[in-house]
Ligand binder design. Sequence first.
Ligand code: HEM
Length: 508
Amino acid sequence: MATSSKFLLSRNPFLVSVLSIIIVYLLIKRWAKQKSSIRYPPGPLALPIIGHLYLLSSSLPKSFQALARRYGPLMRIHIAQSIFIVVSDAVVAKEVLKVHDAEFASRFEFGPAQYNIYKDAGFITGPYGSYWRFMKKLCMTRLFTGRQLDRFNHIREEEMVKLLKSLVKKSREGKWCDLSAELANLTNNLIFRMTMNKRFSKDNSEGNEMWKLVTELMGLAAKLGVNEVHGLLKKFDLFGNGKRLREGLERYDKLVEQIIKDYEENYGVDDGSGNEDLMDILLGIYRDKNAGLKITREQIKYFIFELFAASIDTSSAAIQWGMAELMNHPQVFKRLREEIDSVVNNKRVVKESDVPNLPYLKAIAKETLRLHSPVPIFHRECIKDCNINGFDLQVKDRVLINAYAIMRHPEAWSDPDTYLPERFLENSGGNRDQDFWFLPFGSGRRVCAGSLHAYLVMHGTIGSLVQCFDWKTKDGAKVDITVGSGFSGAMALPMECYPILRFDPFQE
Ligand code: HEM
């Protein structure tokens, strides 16, 4: 029978064509039926080619917030050739980040993979999988635990002393400072020393070179990311940014390879510090034949790159925003200083161990992150079809969580755009860490691995800067709190101001 139908088909091209058409027709019908039964999240009318670009301003978090008021907490936005699903309230965020955490445990690749010499070695930017699971466990059980961060306490204290000494000097000379640059220098030194303390020199030349490279490469990647979003330009390296990105990564690779070689040559030599840094831990795993997973040299290098990218600008931006709001709200500044004075009484600089007794300082850190999260939007990828808030999300859907809109949502926050640290005090029902209305560090499996460190640095730095100095902007006006463009949560302009010495902790 099979032989006779084969014979029939091979002798009858007309029959073959008719059958093919019927099969294709049935397949299209089935696909169309499936498609029409999918319930997509709502969104505005998308124009050909540009999609919703005509509705977006230079600040994406703000534009999405405005659109969500019309289209709801789960909406579909077309930016040129790319489609994003945007989440804008805590109820939906909880569904994505908690109820369906496993389905959204991945991140979509955002930007120019074809120029990345470390392609497929990503952890923060990498997909959900065995490497990510291994590294996340390492972060949460060794690299950034409270115990490990305690071991780095002396680093934070030493770097704080350096910052304060430089500001005391400026103040005595009547000079202004670029506080943004001072803070970025602080957070860069901190992360460099946590990662590679053995390579730290007085001027941190390697750390500065690394940070400069990472900043330059992030900028290039962001520009290329825009091409990616526009889709049509993706294949062309019109302005040579792709080439520059690859060359920059190669320079970074050389630098970090030399550092790794030096670590390997000095393996087992006691440097007297008594403490392992993160590079020691990573190379220990690299050497360990029995480690749960074999990590590669490329993965270590890219992990350090990503760590610099994730931690330096975010932490410094958070402190900068905190200082800006304090300078613009003298009554909050005064209340914080009184709290600090009542605990340390100007006998010494405020320390991390004082923080449990400084609830207002903690509330200030949270309120700063609520209004000015350095990561106002974070992204995930759907890895399994699922239903969210009555709508269908499919594999490969790109999801953006608009933390900016969530943390300013009037349903959860009274007077949402006003800086009001009091709302986070315990007696105001202020502990909202388990609350999906407060998401500066994300939530779920991909939650930020460095939030503990970020809070330690925020508390220590803001506390000391308020205790030791009065602050005045260079032009005597209020601090300009305009936000950078695109996805950025950083301040658009550098903070140039005068530190006016009030308590000199170094005076004998
Ligand atoms: C104020 C400072 C910081 C803010 C606002 C911030 C915010 C975030 C956010 C929103 C995410 C994405 C979370 C999610 O998808 O649910 C993230 C991821 C991450 N952050 Fe931070 N971060 C900060 C500082 C740091 C620091 C200091 C470090 C390291 C020392 C760090 C390491 C990471 C890592 C490793 C991830 C990726 C986690 C993963 O994919 O599993 N962050 N951060």
